[in-house]
Design a protein around this ligand. Structure first.
Ligand SMILES: Cc1ncc(COP(=O)(O)O)c(C=O)c1O
Length: 262
């Protein structure tokens, strides 16, 4: 419930996972592998974390679909003209990082998700590097899936979140099977529990969930606009000092960045 409020989602749409990696794998296994066919495409960005590359690569290898990658401009922002050209009715899945862990670039995810949805794609945002820096509203983003990890949000490791739109979660097959995720079991057949339990097979990470909720409650009590101003000031100061140093080259100079300096 704490996470649902944090993301402006409903409780049934919030799945407890091990972290962003598992969250993306759930979508790659239960949506991509179910729906992709030869000729279909999955579209991602060049600056994705490996967790938002390899699961799609594997889903494409298993289905005959093709992985397409949006190139970067010189400042390491995503090339929006290339995005427009790569997007087509063949694009069945669009998965993009909200903020790049390598470059700090803040991607215009809301606009990109809207364009990808208009082309008919299922959309996912990797929010691992976003949620700690600014409020995220999945209704406003109008995205199908949103993933993040507890340990990048001042919480524990081994706990993370997958937000999924209810209709999609209802239609998806389970990721793992066993206890907790079932409604009825017989030796002939079993039926699945309601959301979110259908995707939470086995005894969950109870301590991690309590730790994550506590971290979110702590963050909710901070002055988040003031934190953002402070982070921006630190980044601006570090960038200025790094620029003054002849032997350093800054990689990633997009105008819209979170506080990462490579
Ligand atoms: C942008 C991004 N995506 C995904 C991940 C993977 O997160 P986890 O290792 O918690 O699953 C990370 C971790 O560094 C990340 O920065």
């Amino acid at each position: 419930e704490t996470v649902a409020t944090f993301l402006n989602a409903s409780r049934e749409e919030i799945l407890g996972t091990k972290g962003t990696t598992e969250s993306i794998n759930i979508v790659a296994q239960c949506v991509a592998r179910e729906r992709l066919q030869p000729g279909d495409e999955v579209l991602i960005g060049t600056s994705e974390h490996h967790a938002n590359i390899v699961p799609w690569q594997q889903a494409c290898a298993a289905t005959g679909a093709t992985l397409k990658v949006i190139p970067l401009r010189d400042d390491c922002s995503l090339d929006q003209d290339a995005f427009a050209q790569l997007l087509s009715e063949r694009t069945k899945i669009f998965a993009i990082g909200h903020a790049s862990n390598a470059l700090g670039t803040l991607n215009p995810v809301k606009e990109m998700v809207a364009r990808a949805k208009a082309a008919g794609a299922i959309t996912l945002i990797d929010g691992a590097q976003a949620v700690a820096h600014f409020p995220v509203d999945v209704q406003d983003l109008d995205v199908d899936f949103y993933a993040f990890s507890g340990h990048k949000l001042f919480g524990p490791t081994g706990i993370g979140v997958l937000y999924g739109r209810r209709e999609l979660l209802e239609a998806m097959p389970p990721y793992q099977t066993g206890g907790e995720m079932i409604e009825t079991v017989s030796f002939e057949a079993s039926t699945w529990n309601q959301l979110p339990y259908k995707f939470e097979a086995g005894t969950p990470n109870i301590a991690g969930a309590i730790g994550l909720a506590t971290a979110i409650e702590w963050l909710n009590h901070q002055d988040r606009p003031a934190l953002a101003v402070h982070e921006d000031a630190l980044l601006a100061r570090a960038t200025e000092r790094a620029h003054a140093c002849d032997s350093l080259k800054i990689i990633g100079t997009a105008t819209s960045k979170v506080s990462v300096l490579s």
